[in-house]
Design a protein around this ligand. Sequence first.
Ligand SMILES: Nc1ncnc2c1ncn2[C@@H]1O[C@H](COP(=O)(O)OP(=O)(O)OP(=O)(O)O)[C@@H](O)[C@H]1O
Ligand SMILES: [Mg+2]
Length: 256
Amino acid sequence: MLVFGDVFAGYGGGDILRGVDLVVEEHSLTCVVGPNGAGKSTLMKLVSGLLHPRVGKLEFNGTPIGKASPRQIVKQGIVQVMQARNLFPELTVRENVELGAFLVSDSSLVRKRYDEASEMFPIVKDRAKDRAGALSGGQQRMVEFARALMTDPVLVCLDEPSMGLEPRAARTIYQSIRTMHAAGRSILLVEQNVRAGLELATHGVVMENGRVRLEGTGMEVLNNPQMRTLYLGGTIEEGKVASSTGAHAAAPPGAP
Ligand SMILES: Nc1ncnc2c1ncn2[C@@H]1O[C@H](COP(=O)(O)OP(=O)(O)OP(=O)(O)O)[C@@H](O)[C@H]1O
Ligand SMILES: [Mg+2]
């Protein structure tokens, strides 16, 4: 469905992504993990049209989207929930969710989608008239998910949705991701909690230094012995593990 072919991209000071090959299959829940700075958010910016590949192929259902604007990409059926929170705190929950339908002019369709989204995320129904800024971090995330569904997306991209949440709120978010997936949305997830993300995933992807280093089912990747080495500061090169004394990148997969 979504295909990266040998993609190179960066921010003007050299490439951050250096030859990314990746296929996100329809109906999959694909989870991308990797140390800080691996290029995960950069990859997500390409998918939402905020950044364009310098070279390489980026296609969605056979259509090139490498030069598409964010608006054109939403029209194609891709929506993204960014790493940073981005609700309008002074607007109500309902107003925030309805803003997700900015490309929909048919008000009965907006109403229908709002009803569906608030069924899936009860917090939206319960707190519809409250200021979004009055909700907890985890509750705001669910409002962001509801807003994303207002475009009736085929592919939902989530960049570290559990970031900054305490464990119980994070578990609620993982359950919400499962629910969206079960409702037929394909999901591309970046997750810093390696174990939680890969346990959710149908397909797991490990990025390091701007490339895909390991792939498989979520459980295959989670149980791959190279994973622990990578997260303890080693690197994975062409299927081999090379240890290094570099700075520790992130918590190992077993860490909370
Ligand atoms: N707007 C930007 N301008 C210049 N460099 C950037 C920009 N955003 C990210 N980078 C650089 O690109 C590299 C990859 O960053 P990216 O945000 O994609 O990593 P990440 O895998 O998402 O990391 P994290 O786990 O910390 O979120 C980093 O070296 C970062 O400094
Ligand atoms: Mg990131």
